[in-house]
Design a protein around this ligand. Structure first.
Ligand SMILES: NC(=O)c1ccc[n+]([C@@H]2O[C@H](COP(=O)([O-])OP(=O)(O)OC[C@H]3O[C@@H](n4cnc5c(N)ncnc54)[C@H](O)[C@@H]3O)[C@@H](O)[C@H]2O)c1
Ligand SMILES: [Zn+2]
Ligand SMILES: [Zn+2]
Length: 379
């Protein structure tokens, strides 16, 4: 089958790889109908992780069940499903607590697994024609038959639950004010989720105008262009002392306004500044323990200059980590079915799998029209 294979810094290729097979009785094989490219893939693409050449990318997968192992009882051939980007067993201590982003049984010596991602276990990605899904009864979320809402449901693999998870970590409730740093797909979904949860004011910070406009239009957000104003100061002034909650949807590759340099702790420290005393922070933007391209030696080992003094003084709370997609995807699916959520507004392009190398390059440059690209292996 064809798959998107990582070959090195800014080099992905569509190559022939072996078809996946049922290896455990609880496995299923899915024929991919839609697989999305994610900002998380860009960290690997840019050579900013320990990813080795040869990885098949793709953790935002949906499709139709092609084949099931003898131990799969709930799913059958022909079922339409979306897969959380997390791979999880369903029966370890963390899975039982709904913390499926930290499963103890799918990635030796590590809490948490995912498809097609460095350090996240042996699970091949789904930017391909087919995907093997382990513990398939547990991991697959069933969808209504047909093709309706394809792009809405595709967002359930990662960014919609991840954006929602950010609002959960920050405890965004009715009437709260929120600052969302980053208006990429994850920031869009965090702002959208904040609106679903009844936030009164949502500030969204980025410098890509198209993305700021998107958040304004679909989430009622107040756009803050950090290339034009000092974003935390602007938010402090506008809210008279800071927002109740804050969200990091950028991570360690935060840029200075000129786009040349990165300041890995910038967003964390912006949040400390622009959140009111006793406020709450949800950090879903990625931080890594090892970054080959980091600006400093400390940062190369995941050690950043965080304003812990002010963080403590203000009595702030912070939640972090991979999103536990399964904690939210069923409820968010049902909002889509009921017509009360339409996360596909973020999808800007659907392209054949063959065009993945070009799509990666353009998404990496944050070109207009490339906010969120989905790949179609059948095209
Ligand atoms: N925790 C999780 O489970 C999880 C899941 C998915 C993605 N992520 C992470 O979330 C982050 C965002 O993902 P995405 O797909 O939206 O990526 P993206 O790269 O498309 O979006 C990041 C946005 O941040 C903006 N940005 C850069 N520097 C900034 C700054 N100083 N201030 C404000 N905005 C700035 C960029 O212009 C861009 O629009 C990534 O780090 C990704 O790895 C985490
Ligand atoms: Zn993703
Ligand atoms: Zn588990």
């Amino acid at each position: 089958m064809k798959a998107v294979v990582y070959r090195g810094e800014r080099d992905v290729r569509v190559e022939d790889v072996e078809d996946p097979t049922i290896d455990a009785p609880t496995d299923a094989i899915i024929r991919i109908t839609t697989s999305a490219i994610c900002g998380s893939d860009l960290h690997m693409y840019e050579g900013r992780t320990g990813a080795e050449p040869g990885i098949v990318f793709g953790h935002e997968n949906m499709g139709v069940v092609e084949e099931v192992g003898a131990g799969v009882s709930d799913l059958k051939k022909g079922d339409r499903v979306v897969l959380p980007f997390n791979v999880a067993c369903g029966f370890c201590r963390n899975c039982e607590n709904n913390k499926t982003g930290f499963c103890l049984n799918v990635n030796e010596g590590f809490a948490g697994g995912a498809y097609g991602y460095v350090s996240m276990g042996p699970w091949r990605g789904g930017q391909a024609e087919y995907l093997k899904v382990p513990f398939a009864d547990f991991n697959a979320l069933r969808l209504p038959e047909g093709e309706e809402h394809e792009h809405d449901f595709a967002m359930l693999a990662d960014i919609f639950p991840t954006g929602y998870h950010a609002t959960e970590l920050a405890g965004v409730g009715p009437g709260d004010t929120v600052a969302v740093y980053g208006a990429g797909p994850v920031g869009q979904m965090a702002a959208y989720s904040a609106r679903l949860r009844g936030a009164s004011e949502i500030y969204v910070v980025d410098k890509v105008e198209e993305r700021l406009r998107l958040a304004e239009e679909h989430s009622g957000a107040i756009p803050v262009n950090f290339a034009e104003v000092d974003a935390p100061e602007f938010i402090l002034d506008a809210t008279d002392g800071g927002t109740d909650t804050g969200i990091d949807a950028v991570g360690y590759q935060a840029q200075k306004p000129d786009g040349e340099d990165e300041v890995p702790a910038m967003i964390l420290n912006n949040l400390v500044t622009s959140t009111r005393a006793t406020g709450r922070l949800g950090v879903v933007g990625l931080y890594v323990p090892s970054d080959p391209g980091a600006p400093t030696e400390e940062a190369a080992n995941g050690r950043l200059l965080f304003d812990i003094g002010t963080f403590f003084e203000k009595g702030l709370k912070m939640g972090t980590g991979q999103a536990d997609v399964k904690a939210h995807n069923r409820q968010l699916r049902d909002l889509i079915i009921a017509g009360r959520a339409e996360p596909s507004f973020v999808v800007s392009k659907r392209v054949p799998l063959e065009e993945a190398p070009d799509a990666y390059a353009r998404f990496d440059k944050r070109e207009d029209g490339y906010t969120k690209v989905v790949l179609d292996p059948a095209a």
